[in-house]
Design a protein around this ligand. Structure first.
Ligand code: SF4
Length: 515
């Protein structure tokens, strides 16, 4: 087993460089040979700690990162395997993890994953049995089992975070989920892609404030007009390219391809030295599809401009004044004043009042009602709990759970929550929204990285449920509750049974009473 990446990134004096490779939809052929060639050249260059290999990016089928990774691994180059939750249930995922361990490939980037794309005959079924937090916990659990069976080298699991969210709710959702990923066992962090240096700094500041000491790699991407366009239009979940940056890139490539590529290398190098300057432990370079030469050019350029990194800061400031920043000290002073002034001087318009009224009517009051009802009927420390338990036992003993479900539970939960009858209810963890209905990825532990301006990666006309959860909790002064604790995976054995009985009879995920 190679431990190059693990040992490189664990040394705080190192500035680590990794490259992301994206396999194509073929088992042999030029694209596969090119990737192997890039990895071999990276190994020969000696400055790269590992290559990471994507797992069916965009949800579309591609050569497995496990098999491509193993070929590269055998050449001596360390590999980080991307491991998503989209295509397999927990049984398949554990089996895949065991297979990777057997092959010696234990650097994992645990991801919830993009939504399902198209395969043979149409769109694939989205599985999402786990989210990335639960996957990380599963790998950690496997590590304990490995240890018991005499294998001290467990999975070295990393996680992703996007500091590039533009609303307060999304920022909070990202950082709360990061906390859970770390608690579940993540050992390193890789950011999603963006070009706002204040946002990059925000993550470092946030980690310092919270005492998070995990190494963080920043994603960089060699932007071509095509990749910039799809990211600018939101077609790569989580990747942010602003309009002004996109326009600059188009103008550069219009001069000539040579000029475009030179500018892309220069931009990546400048951002890389800034990131090193502000405290990142390394960079994770994507967009390398043809040759290792561009990576070498970025690294060579970095060596020549590193000492001047502060000179380039202004080039990577966002020009969108409406973006939310968690820490205002990172925003330049004028922008901060503008933001505060705009907010404090605004008088609520009649439209805003109407919006507020509707929000209260359809969101806030139903939330308060459901919370009260939940406290009354589903609180195991309340004085009524023994009575509910006794009633549940009588109903269950007489096999009348289905009747309770049909006549009371289903009508209520379908009307208020569009309940999907999973039998293992998690609404209380997401401000009384159903993750089976409301989130296409069924996330239980926080938002995926794909939301954009508060809207869902998949259902683009709907708010992300975690954004709605944040609004509900904040309005009720309960924002600390968002993603406060690890929520275990749904228990599929309870599917279509009464969640009310399951709760009171200690059958569901809350049976141990610790959540
Ligand atoms: S609802 Fe939120 S967490 Fe779920 S898929 Fe959409 S963006 Fe991701």
């Amino acid at each position: 087993m190679l431990k190059v990446f693990n040992s490189d990134i664990s040394n705080p004096d190192n500035f680590v460089v990794t490259i992301e490779l994206v396999p194509g939809r073929e088992s042999i052929g030029t694209s596969t040979d090119t990737l192997i060639g890039i990895a071999k050249d990276a190994f020969a260059d000696g400055r790269i700690s590992a290559v990471s290999i994507t797992d069916n990016p965009g949800g579309n089928p591609s050569l497995s990162p496990d098999v491509l990774g193993y070929e590269i691994f055998k050449h001596g180059m360390d590999v980080i395997v991307h491991f998503t939750c989209r295509d397999m249930n927990r049984v398949g995922m554990e089996s895949r993890a065991l297979q990777l361990a057997r092959m010696g490939m234990k650097n994992i980037l645990a991801l919830t994953g993009d939504y399902s794309g198209k395969g043979f005959g149409g769109q694939g079924a989205p599985v999402f049995d786990f989210d990335s937090v639960i996957l990380t916990a599963m790998l950690q659990n496997l590590n304990q089992r490995f240890l018991l069976s005499g294998d001290p080298d467990g999975f070295f699991t990393g996680c992703a975070v996007s500091p590039f969210k533009t609303t307060e709710a999304e920022c909070q959702a990202q950082y709360r989920k990061l906390d859970l990923k770390i608690k579940a066992g993540a050992s390193f962090i890789i950011t999603q892609l963006g070009y706002d240096v204040d946002k990059f700094q925000e993550l470092i500041t946030q980690n310092q404030i919270k005492g998070i000491k995990l190494p963080v790699l920043a994603s960089l991407y060699l932007l071509s007009p095509n990749s910039a366009r799809v990211m600018n239009r939101g077609r790569v979940p989580g990747a942010m390219v602003s309009d002004s940056l996109y326009n600059r890139i188009i103008a550069e490539w219009e001069q000539s391809s040579k000029k475009g590529l030179e500018s892309a290398v220069e931009r990546a190098s400048k951002l890389a030295v800034i990131l090193k300057g502000v405290g990142y432990n390394g960079i994770h370079i994507g967009g390398i599809h043809k040759s290792f030469k561009t990576v070498a050019a970025i690294l060579d350029k970095m060596a020549t401009i590193e000492h001047n990194w502060q000179d380039y800061l202004e080039e990577f400031k966002s020009d969108d004044k409406s973006d939310f920043y968690l820490y205002k000290q990172h925003v330049n002073l004028n922008k901060t004043k503008d933001l505060v002034k705009t907010k404090s001087q605004e008088k609520p318009s009649s439209d805003a009042k109407k919006e507020q009224f509707l929000e209260n009517l359809f969101d806030h009051y139903p939330y308060r009602f459901m919370k009260k009802a939940h406290e009354l009927f589903f609180n195991k420390s309340s004085s009524f709990a023994p009575l509910y338990k006794a009633l549940a036992e009588i109903i269950d003993k007489n096999n009348k759970g289905w009747l309770l479900k049909l006549l009371v539970e289903d009508p209520f939960k379908k009307l208020f929550l569009s309940c999907r009858s999973c039998g293992d209810c998690a609404i209380q963890h997401i401000a009384f929204q159903c993750p089976e209905y409301g989130c296409p990825k069924h996330t239980r532990n926080g938002a995926c990285g794909g939301s954009r301006d508060g809207f869902c990666e998949v259902n683009k006309d709907k708010k992300c449920i975690w954004v709605r959860a944040w609004s509900r909790l904040k309005k009720s002064g309960e924002s600390d509750e968002l993603s406060k604790e690890f929520i275990p995976p749904r228990m599929w054995e309870l599917n279509h049974s009464s969640s009310w009985l399951n709760f009171h009879l200690n059958r569901d995920h809350q049976k141990n009473g610790d959540i």
